[in-house]
Design a protein around this ligand. Structure first.
Ligand SMILES: CC(C)(COP(=O)(O)OP(=O)(O)OC[C@H]1O[C@@H](n2cnc3c(N)ncnc32)[C@H](O)[C@@H]1OP(=O)(O)O)[C@@H](O)C(=O)NCCC(=O)NCCS
Length: 184
């Protein structure tokens, strides 16, 4: 099934909506925080001027080409204010990688625990039958907990880049694969 590019996902408290050019300043401000960047495999630090615009252009290009889907994480009652980003990318082998970050002010409120299951449900429609996977850094217990609660199980380790850290490569990055206990 090909979901329309303007797909919105609603959860109890959140509206996950398409990214827009107007999101660039919020992305630059929130992703520019070293506490966010150091836990991700993608965000550079310091966050370069223009990188948010380039990211949005990349995301929209992936969506048009069918290789990815990206959402601005917002509160349902404040959809203009981006809190973070969550996205899906299809690898060459057909695996769908889920990735996400929240700005520090939104941490610890259960928001990513709410967003991830909703995006996983979307991913299962977007790429039926595909393996859905996520890499985390070893110390990122919060992200690992989010994934476990969403039905992911630890499945070995992989290699991740860590552009915001001196150590550029993390070789023991726990890999999580969506494997819900459908009998529960
Ligand atoms: C990781 C991140 C997405 C978590 O989002 P969040 O909305 O703050 O997380 P939630 O509040 O939904 O839940 C986090 C869970 O981890 C737990 N947790 C949080 N910090 C923890 C810690 N240091 N140790 C153990 N558990 C922790 C919480 O208690 C909660 O579990 P619970 O519901 O069983 O109590 C967010 O902190 C973030 O964006 N970090 C920076 C970027 C990043 O790490 N991206 C993911 C890369 S894989």
């Amino acid at each position: 099934m090909t979901a329309p590019l303007e797909t919105e996902i609603r959860t109890e408290r959140l509206l996950l909506r398409p990214l827009a050019a107007a999101d660039a300043p919020a992305i630059e401000r929130l992703a520019g925080d070293e506490r966010v960047a150091r836990l991700t495999a993608r965000l550079p630090h310091p966050y370069p001027a223009g990188a948010a615009e380039a990211f949005i252009a990349m995301a929209l290009g992936q969506e048009r080409g069918g290789a990815g889907r990206w959402f601005a994480i917002t509160r349902a009652d404040g959809p203009d204010a981006l809190l973070g980003v969550i996205g899906l990318e299809a690898d060459d082998d057909g695996t769908v990688e889920i990735g996400y970050w929240l700005g520090v002010p939104a941490w610890g409120q259960g928001l990513m625990s709410e967003a991830v299951p909703a995006v996983v449900a979307f991913a299962r429609q977007w790429r039926p039958g595909a393996r859905i996977a996520a890499h985390t850094f070893p110390e990122n217990v919060a992200s690992q907990r989010v994934l476990e609660k969403a039905g992911f199980r630890r499945n070995g380790v992989g290699v991740c880049q860590a552009p915001a850290r001196d150590r550029k490569t993390v070789r023991n990055a726990p890999l999580f694969v969506f494997a819900p206990d459908e009998t529960a």
